[in-house]
Design a protein around this ligand. Structure first.
Ligand code: TXA
Ligand code: MG
Length: 340
């Protein structure tokens, strides 16, 4: 089968039956969600889920999010979900909120990396829901990229990373949010933010108290790993803007030759910038989130020595954008030794 034939448009209803058939046979289907593209397998088929880990080169201790098409389907994945958590799910689903709660025995160990909890969400993207409905069972799906790299927000980005390994890609155009879901764990009577994402902290805090950070000190969510969501080109985070950062480095004679900038609102007025991607001329944080991973990948292909990324205002979706930029700027981990 050639490359092109593995991509099917979501505009054709027949695509969903073909994709569901692939899942039933234990295969992998990449599909659009409102956040980023997911790499899906039948969540209740341990052998199929194992293929996700292999293809992504994802360490086996990094658990997956299970996607359901309804709250009814979602509830079956948990053991005695508390009413407060269900109320929050009802407020945000379908949508970019992932809830981590004690798991039901029907969920295979491989999905949760042996943890006694499972992360679940009901996506709002019509193609994602249509796929789960057609398949008739929950789908385990991490972001459809190589482990540690930037998430894929288009079908082309999925193929760049995962090429021949995925059986079928449902193409629904660019993912509308552009950053991953918010991961929230309910434990000890409190909600803990494990990863900022598409549902903002401000919005959550209008409904419930949210503690930032994992309830345990150990790393629980590799979304929490220092280095993650990273391009191959070294990336520096400029908290006070790219112009100031570059100027300071130049004065010290410490600026590499080929510098690219991931700017928030405008190209910095400073010499020596080879390439620049502007996230949002209007200063919109949702536009910045939407463009983030595509812009990062574009700069990553230019053989630059360094990408200088500007931090965006830390409110609303800006929290998720800055989180991804911070992790992209951390030195990359060569092994899993330093992950725990
Ligand atoms: O928007 C999204 O969430 C996308 C789309 C495809 O739904 N998915 C996604 O999956 O970003 P992934 O695998 O790239 O990130 C899932 C995050 C990881 O940081 C993982 O460690 C965390 O969720 N996670 C999953 N299960 C968990 C659990 N039981 N306890 C704590 N963290 C968990
Ligand atoms: Mg990911």
């Amino acid at each position: 089968m050639g490359r092109a034939s593995r991509i099917l448009p979501v505009s054709d209803p027949a695509s969903f039956e073909r994709a569901a058939r692939v899942l039933r046979k234990g295969g992998l289907v990449a599909f659009p969600t409102e956040t980023v593209y997911g790499l899906g397998a039948s969540a209740l088929d341990a052998k199929a889920v194992l293929k996700i880990f292999r293809l992504k080169k994802r360490p086996s201790f990094d658990p997956l999010i299970v996607h359901a098409s309804s709250s009814v389907m979602a509830r079956k994945l948990w053991r005695r979900p508390p009413a407060r958590a269900l109320a929050l799910a009802a407020a945000y689903w379908p949508g970019p909120l992932t809830l981590v709660l004690p798991r039901s025995p029907i969920v295979p160990d491989v999905v949760t990396s042996g943890l006694d909890t499972v992360a679940v969400r009901v996506p709002s993207h019509p193609a994602a829901r249509a796929l789960i409905e057609r398949f008739g069972a929950p789908i385990a799906a991490p972001s459809a990229n190589l482990f540690g790299r930037t998430s894929a927000t288009t079908a082309q980005m999925v193929l760049e990373d995962l090429g021949g390994g995925v059986d079928l890609v449902l193409d629904g155009g660019p993912a509308t949010l552009g950053v991953e879901s918010t991961v929230l764990k309910y434990e000890g009577g409190r909600f803990h933010l494990l990863r900022p994402g598409g549902v903002t902290l401000e919005s959550l805090r209008r409904r419930v108290r949210v503690v930032t950070g994992s309830p345990e000190r150990r790393i629980e969510s590799p979304g929490q790993l220092a280095s993650h969501y990273a391009p191959r080109t070294p990336l520096a985070l400029a908290e006070r803007g790219a112009a100031a950062w570059i100027g300071e480095r130049r004065r010290r004679g410490a600026l590499p030759r080929k510098v690219g900038v991931l700017a928030f609102r405008a190209r910095p007025r400073t010499p020596g910038v080879r390439a620049c991607e502007v996230l949002s001329r209007a200063g919109s944080l949702s536009e910045a989130a939407f463009r983030l991973f595509q812009a990062m990948r574009k700069l990553d292909k230019m053989r630059l020595d360094l990408i200088v990324a500007e931090a965006v205002p830390s409110r609303g979706l800006g929290l998720a954008v800055n989180d991804r930029l911070r992790r992209a700027s951390a030195p990359t981990h060569k092994s899993t030794r330093n992950l725990r």
